[in-house]
Design a protein. Structure first.
Length: 88
């Protein structure tokens, strides 16, 4: 036990770990992510009220409906190439 405690830092972590990656398993959830979706973490009090993604989306859509329309930024006009006014 003494040798184990001297290997641990104050935070309880060893300076180095030797992991056997031959025993590792693939993440079964990694392939199930829809790349077009955004994940948002809700605070606990909000998560108590909105318990499903559908409920969150419904409220956000209702909020968006009350907002004024977004102004689109003016189109970037292409600048004509600079004309060299210096005469050599």
């Amino acid at each position: 036990m003494a040798s184990e405690s001297k290997d641990l830092a104050e935070d309880g972590l060893r300076p180095e770990y030797h992991l056997d990656y031959r025993k590792a398993k693939p993440n079964r959830f990694a392939g199930n992510v829809d790349k077009s979706r955004v994940v948002v973490v809700l605070d606990p009090d909000i998560a108590e009220v909105f318990t499903t993604p559908e409920s969150v989306n419904a409220v956000l859509r209702a909020l968006i409906a009350t907002m004024p329309p977004r102004r689109t930024p003016p189109q970037q006009r292409s600048q004509p190439e600079a004309i060299n006014t210096l005469h050599e």
